[in-house]
Structure formats: C-alpha cells, structure tokens
Design a protein around this ligand. Structure first.
Ligand SMILES: NC(=O)c1ccc[n+]([C@@H]2O[C@H](COP(=O)([O-])OP(=O)(O)OC[C@H]3O[C@@H](n4cnc5c(N)ncnc54)[C@H](OP(=O)(O)O)[C@@H]3O)[C@@H](O)[C@H]2O)c1
Length: 472
C-alpha cells in the first residue's frame, strides 16, 4: 500500500487548500474528514493532484509514513481535543501532530504539556486566509526543536516567500508561542484595517469623495510606503460597482463589522498581562460600536452634524493622511510587539523579533513593505525584544511622520469624524514618549480615598499621606 508523507484532517476551506498546496509542492496528502461526503467530493474534484482520503482514522493512520506528520485543520476548541483523543491511542513514538487552526494559545500549551511521551505536538498559526493556504501562507509553528526538525522541510516548501525569497516560516518558540504570535498578528490586522477605514471615512465625509476616487487615492498609497496586501485589496473593494443597482457596492454594504473572536482574545490577553494595547483593543471596540446600528440611527437623528469646509486642499490632505497612516501603523506594531515581549517574558519564551517581522512579510493578511522595514529594524538589534520606538530607523520615521498623525487626529476631532484608531495610536506614542505622566495625580487621589500609598521619585519606600480630615 502506498504510504503518504503527510496526513491532513479537516477538509473545510483551509484544510482543502493547505492539502492542495502540499500536494503541489511534491508532498502527496492522505486526508480524513469527519463527514465523509465532504472528503469524497474533495477527492473527486482534486484527487488527481496527489490527494486521497480514508473513511476511518485507522486506515488514515495506516496510510502514513513513519514518523507520521498529521496536520489538523478542524474547528478550533473542543473539535481539536476530540480529534486528538481519537488519534492518540494509535500514535507511535516520533509521530508529530500539527494543529494548524486558530487555537487559543492556552489550549495549545495545555495540549503540548499533556502529550504522551514521544508524541510531538506543534501549535502552528496559519495566516493568509483561504488564498494563502493554497498559494503560500505565513506559518508560525510553536514546538520543541525535534518536532521542528521533522516538519521543517514540509513547511519551508509550502510557505509564502519573504522579501528576499526565504520561506515565511520560522521556529517561533515552544508550545503556545506560534499560536500566540498568530493571535497578536490578528490583533494588528484589526488595528490596521480600522485605521484604513477611518482614513476612508475622512475622505468620504470631509471631502465628500465617491468610492472610486478614494480607491484611486488608496491605489496611489499602494505604490508608496504603505504598499501592502490590505491597500491592494482596498482598491477593488472600493471601486466595485453594485450588481443589483446603480452605484458602488461599498455604499450598499451594511456598516456592521463582524469578528470571529481572535481580536477579543488579544484585547483580553493584553488586559491580563497589564500590557498597553490601546489601538488593537479600540479596533475591537470599533467593531462592537458598529454593531449598534439601530441605536446609531436613532442618535444620528438627535445629534445632527454640520459639515464645515475641508480643512486643507485635498492634494495636501492626501499626503498628510499617508504619513499619518504610516506613523499610526508603526504605533500599532510597537504595541503588538510589546505585548509579545511581555508574554514571552512571562512564559519564558526566547523569541526573535526580526524573524517574527520577517515571516509576516509574505503570505499573511498584514503583509506589507512596512514589515520588511520592521524586520530590518529588529535585525539591527539582533532580533532582541527591544521597544520598536527605540530603534534609530524607526525613530527617524516617527520624527518625520508623527506631526501628520497629530494633524489628522486633530482634524478628525474638529470635524466630528470618529478616529478611534488614529487617536489611540497617537495617544500610545505620546504616552510612551512622555517622561512624566499624570499617573502621579492618580496616585495622589488613590492615596487620598483609599490609603493605597504611593512611591516617590526622590526616595525609596511606600508612602501614605493623611491628606485631609474629610471622612470619605
Ligand atoms: N477561514 C480562514 O480564513 C482561516 C484562516 C486562518 C486560520 N483558520 C483556522 O483554520 C481552521 C479551519 O478553518 P476552516 O474555516 O477551514 O474550517 P472551520 O469551519 O473552522 O472547521 C470546519 C472543519 O472542522 C471539522 N470539525 C468541526 N467539528 C468537528 C469535530 N467535533 N470533530 C472533528 N472535526 C470537526 C469539520 O468537519 P465536518 O466537515 O465533518 O463538519 C470541518 O472539516 C480553524 O481553526 C480556523 O479558525 C481559518
């Protein structure tokens, strides 16, 4: 019986496309899916590409070369545990299980730690959506070195390529590190998209530009320092005509943004770690705000806005907005990498920030020229987890573009255009670059009403002041 170098379980869109990607790179794949009909239909359509399926897990396992390499692309959560439990009794020493779904990193740590001796477990973030899975995703595996050695040839072949042609995959770190990095990547994706949406909103509301005109501005941005997958796809999203009536499709799309939960995970994780993640968190809130459509319609009728004349000529505004987006996005990445640094310290993961930026250069949704810039910036620091704002090339870029971020945020405020992402990206920068913050005032208040004590800047120890005789 023919043996397959790799097996894949879970044939929804991601699993199907990843299996086809593997087969196209010279790794025939044996597949299995809980619902057999899905597997039958898949193999009927694509079996000739080097794919096959089994109807039982027993046959599936028997068909794989040893050590077995099994990729799970099933729904995150309980389905992963159920599938692992069904597989584990039949696995042998050296077999490697790779969870390529969007699993919560806490689950991945738990699963790694509870693997029977000799069975390797990899928690692998896969980014790039269905297209990336098929043509080359960004892969973020978390595992031990032995497992990485086994899966490396496969993963390097199917991954996207970075700016220098190297595969967008690296051994991120142990157990949950890969899924953690994927989660933060999703948070950054939320923030970047929110900032782009706010830029669109300003051009629409302040300058009353039609979608087609905004799409040409974004197309121009995509030729410059904002060149990225998201700006590339913004162009067809804005210029697409509506098939069902006259006008642009974008104007007929209901303004309620969905979310699958990874954004919320990042926000909660930042709160748990005491990390400052204002823009990524605000992007999650912005989606929540959008969901209150009925309430917004009512309130919009109660609080009418008058639209003043545009603040500066459009051609000038376009340039300032481009610079503001660039500075704002650097702020988003700084926040994301800081969260990673704090968690890595907590988990005792040794992570290479240059490598993390590098594997996001291709394949994934946030792929952008900016990531190559961040990769090179972190390389100067030998991949160490330093704060992004401290690196000279970043400082140079921010010194140049922060004034634009201030200008755009201030214009949005004057015009009453909500700019949550711009505002928080700027707020993060202003706070992190302030030697003194008004937290001293907060400490004074806390000590007044709750005797919470405070520290002093001029001597060690913990202090309490009997502020007044008021009995609160
Ligand atoms: N869609 C994306 O763009 C994207 C991007 C990156 C990562 N991911 C992650 O990749 C994974 C797969 O995503 P997807 O969108 O292709 O599929 P999905 O809708 O998340 O999951 C469907 C797959 O899981 C299987 N499944 C569900 N419950 C099961 C259970 N209890 N036991 C065994 N199998 C079970 C389904 O089998 P049946 O056919 O029998 O129902 C099907 O194969 C997910 O973790 C997802 O979050 C998705």
């Amino acid at each position: 019986m023919k043996k397959y170098p790799v097996g894949l379980i879970g044939l929804a869109v991601m699993g199907q496309n990843l299996a086809r990607n593997l087969a196209s790179k010279g790794f025939p794949v044996m597949t299995y899916n809980r619902t057999t009909q899905t597997a039958e239909e898949f193999i009927k359509a694509y079996g000739h590409e080097g794919l096959d399926f089994c109807t039982t897990l027993k046959d599936f396992l028997a068909s794989l070369e040893r050590p077995r390499k099994i990729i799970l692309m099933v729904k995150a959560g309980a389905p992963v545990d159920e599938t692992l439990n069904a597989l584990l009794p039949f696995l042998e020493k050296g077999d490697v299980l790779i969870d390529g779904g969007n699993s919560n990193y806490h689950d991945t740590i738990r699963r790694s730690q509870s693997m029977p001796k000799g069975i390797e477990f990899v928690g692998m973030g896969v980014s790039g959506g269905e297209e990336g899975a098929l043509r080359g995703p960004s892969l973020m595996p978390g595992c031990n070195k032995e497992a990485w050695k086994v899966i490396r040839p496969l993963m390097q072949k199917i991954a996207a390529k970075d700016f220098s042609g190297k595969p967008c995959v690296t051994h991120v770190g142990p157990d949950g590190a890969g899924h953690y990095i994927k989660m933060v990547h999703n948070g950054i994706e939320y923030a970047v998209m929110q900032m782009m949406a706010e830029a669109y909103d300003m051009l629409k509301r302040m300058y009353r530009l039609p979608p087609q005109r905004i799409s040409t501005i974004f197309a121009d941005y995509n030729q410059g320092k904002l060149k990225s997958f998201l700006f590339e796809i913004a162009v067809p999203v804005l210029s697409r005509k509506d098939d069902l009536k006259s006008g642009y499709l974008i104007d007929s799309i209901l303004d309620k943004a969905g979310q699958k939960g990874t954004g919320r995970w990042v926000a909660l994780d930042a709160l748990e770690h005491g990390a400052a993640l204002p823009t990524l968190t605000e992007a999650v809130y912005a989606r929540s705000l959008s969901s209150f459509k009925k309430e917004r319609l009512l309130l919009a009728s109660l609080y009418k806005r008058t639209i003043p004349k545009p603040p500066i000529p459009l051609n000038e505004f376009i340039i300032v907005l481009e610079n503001a987006l660039y500075a704002g996005m650097i702020s988003c990445y700084a926040q994301g990498f800081e969260l990673i640094r704090i968690t890595a310290e907590d988990q005792k993961w040794k992570l290479n920030f240059a490598e993390i930026a590098r594997i996001w250069e291709g394949g994934c949704i946030i792929r952008a020229d900016l990531l190559n810039f961040l990769h090179e910036a972190f390389l100067i620091e030998k991949g160490k987890p330093v704060h992004l704002f401290t690196i000279p090339s970043i400082r140079h870029a921010l010194n140049k573009d922060i004034p634009s971020l201030r200008a755009i945020t201030s214009v949005a405020v004057q015009y009453g255009v909500p700019a949550l992402a711009f505002g928080t990206a700027l707020g993060y920068f202003e706070s992190m670059t302030s030697a003194i913050l008004p937290a001293q005032f907060i400490q004074g208040l806390r000590d007044f009403f709750g005797a919470h004590t405070y520290e002093r800047i001029d001597r060690k120890g913990s202090f309490h002041t009997p502020w007044s005789n008021l009995n609160l």
